[in-house]
Design a binder for this molecule. Structure first.
Ligand code: FES
Length: 181
């Protein structure tokens, strides 16, 4: 028959086990909750989204599409040169721009701009986009993703930090944007 000391030790171990289980459950619940709530919390005070400069407006001739790079604000110390992120900048006229993510809307390969044909083409599976970023043909189900941009004091800046996807605020803006002439 167990004595009182054995019982109190067993009770203590049970309580300790319950406490440890609770701590582990809480640690596992945090990332799960963040994932579940991300559609709601995304874009609200996102510390990673920042306005970064692409350079002077005059560097982008009207009617042309040029490759630009910016420093991704969402960096880790070990990222090295990978923080340099490319995008396509289309200057329509004056201060009217479109800034496209370089990543194909299908599986993310970098698309290339061909001035002669006026098309963006993806080397991976043959996705093709028109000059305004809208889908022309191939596997992508939509046009290129666009960054939100601002022009101030002769500089063009974009809201960078995340590659735009259908869930990001910038992509949502992009879908509300009226079609380009
Ligand atoms: S990644 Fe571009 S078409 Fe598949």
């Amino acid at each position: 028959m167990p004595n009182e000391e054995t019982l109190s030790r067993r009770g203590l171990l049970v309580k300790l086990g319950l406490l440890l289980n609770g701590l582990v459950a809480a640690a596992l619940a945090v990332p799960v909750l963040r994932y579940v709530l991300s559609p709601v919390t995304r874009g609200r005070g996102n510390a990673f989204l920042q306005w970064v400069s692409l350079g002077r407006v005059s560097e982008f001739p009207e009617g042309e599409t040029r490759l630009a790079t910016f420093r991704n604000p969402n960096v880790m110390p070990a990222d090295g040169e990978t923080v340099a992120t490319a995008c396509w900048v289309r200057r329509i006229e004056g201060e009217k721009f479109q800034v496209f993510a370089i990543n194909c809307a299908h599986l993310g390969c970098p698309v290339r701009w061909f001035q002669q044909s006026g098309l963006f083409m993806c080397p991976c599976h043959g996705g093709v986009y028109y000059s305004d970023g809208s889908r022309a043909s191939g596997p992508p189900e939509r046009g290129l993703f666009e960054y939100a941009y601002k022009v101030k004091d002769g500089l063009i800046t974009i809201e960078a930090g995340e590659i735009p996807t259908p869930g990001t605020p910038t992509a949502a803006l992009d879908q509300e944007r009226p079609p380009c002439a």
